[in-house]
Ligand binder design. Sequence first.
Ligand code: GUN
Ligand code: FE
Length: 424
Amino acid sequence: MEDPNIESEAYQFIEHGILTVENGKVKSLTTFEAFQTSHPDATFEDYSGKLIMPGFVDTHIHYPQTEMIAAHGEELLEWLNTYTFPTEIKFKDKNHASEVADFFLKQLLKNGTTTALVFGTVHPQSVDAFFEKAKQFNLRMICGKVMMDRNAPDELLDTAKSSYEDSKKLIEKWHKKERLLYAVTPRFAITSSPEQLQEAGRLLKEFPDVYLHTHLSENKAEVEFTKALFPESNGYLDVYQQANLLQKRAVFAHAIHLEEDEWEQLKQHDCSLAFCPTSNLFLGSGLFNLQKAEELNIRVGVGTDVGAGTSFSILQTLNEAYKVTQLRKAYAKNPSDIKPLSALKSFYLATLGGAKALHLDHAIGNFETGKEADFIVIDWKATDLLKLRIENSFTLEEKLFALQILGDDRVIEETFIMGNPVKL
Ligand code: GUN
Ligand code: FE
């Protein structure tokens, strides 16, 4: 593409390309003409007119909340108490957890998401159920048992000690088994005692390559409650910092109401942020400052945050992400300083950007030789309206933008895991 407005670093587009896969890994990506010259007799699957791209990466989602998506009418703390906690109590039952994990993973795959960073519940068996299913599909997934020892119903509470022991057992059982990885997962500052957060820090020290996954500064009432619970801390992020949770593989969801020094601290520790636009709009939490994260070169991925998020579709998440950047402009002191999110940047965030936020760009995120062949076939003419819009678009960027605004699971024609099409 020769459009001068395109951020050329962020993408590679081959109009008539061919992708070859060997033993589940990308072998080559080249033009069809070049491939035919060197392999005149080779047979291949023909996806002419379709778009093949790397599988989407969802950097923040809760599998136990699948069944309570679209629960009406509250801000974060009321929503948690009214809908979320009663739903999560059911995951004490491993059979229930397995059924929901199966449904959840199929939803991800139908929507073209091949890797996700996932919350379980407080119950260790919820994580066993999740990883067992993810293993059956041979997926690259990250999950963890929620650590929470206060400010929730008794049935959902562990203790600092038991959360350490249960998490440790799960790490030993699952971390780096096949394509699976573990995330130490304190829910958020409000539901952990200082002692429990210290135990989370101890786990990170003992297992230096596991992830830290939690929520940060999503909602104003949450920030205020956190400050009241931790009066000796110098703000929300400092609560995590005092437990040594800020590290390279730390992923913080939301990060909306941050102070200036908190942005700097996140940058200093090379932490990642999950931008969850459908959730942030649904719960009325606020507008993430993507441009600021970019200016500071902080790693960012997109997250659906189901069940506060309203769609499993990363395309629909990018649709809302665009609108968040538009709204930021409406409320900015200097609107001309705010750039709305571009289509190329959007698809970058959903693929390689997400992979970088999860430190998985050595394995997934694009079609470099040797990477794991998780990819999707998009039929961008799958709906009448999108077809009409694509046919009236001229540049690649225009077409991708239409796909991001109008597309959803209907356009995901096939999802491939390690080179094999998934049967759903
Ligand atoms: N903060 C703490 N727990 C949750 C949760 O389950 N969802 C969201 N969106 N925010 C949270
Ligand atoms: Fe969340």
